[in-house]
Write a protein that binds this ligand. Structure first.
Ligand SMILES: [Mn+2]
Length: 230
């Protein structure tokens, strides 16, 4: 009689233990399936911008900023990061491209930061060096929540077509601030402005691809401080 009772109790205990384990698995699957998408609308007297990102995309880009060279660069950013990126901008380009380029940088930075969410399991760091013919550019990113910007770039020409080369600096700075990221850009060498800037955007893409990736082996936020928000 006592033995039979013991057996029943053991069976019950086994059933009890099985239930929470099943629940845990289900919860994990849900959190992994969380959409890492964001939409940012920015509306000022200078620009009207809509940006949509999907960090777990396939590099699908739909870009129309009114600044053709920027469209070309954002297309490369999306393609090589595998981040789906949609950008529509209607800015005061009759003045110059400055407001539009800077505000697109802000909106993309905000969208990426929002899509990253709680940063659990985040790769956090990314580094890539990308060549384009004679040019080589390195980009290092830390999605630390602490904005810091290093821009070691020297380009001889002032323009690529109609596009002002110094706006690349403004774009990267805006992206870094709004995206709350530590961003280091180091041009190793290069002669042609188009090549240097395009290598920079491709390196940014590859660095971001690693930094926004989620590693299922990491539990919690990848920080000894326990937080990557400021
Ligand atoms: Mn090109």
């Amino acid at each position: 009689m006592a033995a039979a009772k013991k057996k029943t109790a053991k069976k019950k205990a086994t059933q009890k233990a099985a239930k929470p384990a099943a629940k845990r698995v289900a919860a994990k699957a849900v959190s992994r399936a969380r959409d890492r998408k964001a939409e940012v609308k920015r509306d000022t007297s200078e620009t009207k911008i809509r940006v949509r990102v999907n960090l777990d995309g396939t590099g699908n880009a739909s870009i129309d900023t009114g600044v053709p060279f920027l469209d070309h660069m954002l297309d490369a950013l999306s393609r090589h990061s595998l981040i789906d990126l949609s950008v529509e901008a209607d800015g005061d380009t009759y003045i110059d491209d400055h407001h539009t380029v800077e505000d697109v940088g802000i909106a993309i930075g905000q969208a990426i930061d929002e899509a990253i969410g709680n940063k659990k399991g985040l790769g956090r760091f990314g580094h890539a060096e990308v060549p384009l013919d004679e040019a080589l550019v390195a980009v290092t990113v830390d999605l630390s929540g602490r904005p810091y910007f290093v821009y070691n770039v020297k380009i001889g020409q002032q323009r690529v077509g109609k596009f002002e080369v110094e706006l690349v600096n403004d774009f990267m700075q805006a992206l870094m601030n709004a995206g709350q990221m530590n961003l280091h850009i180091n041009q190793r060498y290069g002669r042609n402005a188009h090549h240097i800037i395009e290598a920079m955007f491709k390196a940014l893409a590859r660095a971001l691809k690693a930094a926004v990736a989620v590693d299922p082996r990491v539990s919690g936020v990848p920080s000894t401080k326990g937080s990557l928000r400021g």
